[in-house]
Design a protein around this ligand. Structure first.
Ligand code: FES
Length: 149
């Protein structure tokens, strides 16, 4: 039911851990399943992501997607990292079973939350980055509302 890549990233996750004094850190949860993901980013003065680490208290798919998401954003600029959507992460993992698609949303949102934190700390605005939610469930319900504030 899981692809080889998912199993590989689940059994041997990359980038597990924390970054001390990260440029940005983001935590997102899913109230429904109780899973939580935290992503740390180290971003240099040119806006390039030098390192990414994660901690995930969650299901196997959440571990695999955080592992792949952190791999994908490393070496990318902040703008490029915005293209690392849950779809891109799933493609890189050769797909996820439909019931596990929401787990990959955690990874996308946690990256956005870390980027948001970085932008706030540096008083900059990242084009195309929307204010992340703390609980992914809010997003599904709030899709059609106009403002996230
Ligand atoms: Fe909660 Fe996968 S079941 S993130």
């Amino acid at each position: 039911m899981y692809s080889e890549k998912v199993m590989d990233h689940f059994n041997n996750p990359r980038n597990v851990g924390e970054i001390e004094q990260p440029s940005g850190v983001g935590t997102v949860g899913n109230a429904k399943c109780g899973d939580i993901m935290r992503i740390y980013l180290d971003i240099d003065e040119n806006g390039v992501i030098q390192d990414a680490k994660f901690k995930t208290f969650g299901c196997g798919a959440a571990v695999a997607t955080s592992s792949m998401a952190t791999e994908l954003v490393k070496g990318k600029t902040v703008q490029e990292a915005l293209q690392v959507t849950n779809k891109a992460v799933m493609e890189a993992l050769d797909g996820l079973p439909p019931v596990k698609v929401h787990c990959s949303l955690l990874a996308e949102e946690a990256i956005h939350a870390a980027l948001w934190d970085y932008a706030e700390k540096n008083h900059i605005q990242i084009d195309g980055l929307e204010k992340p939610v703390a609980d992914i469930e809010e997003k599904e319900g709030a899709e059609e509302t106009t403002e996230g504030y």
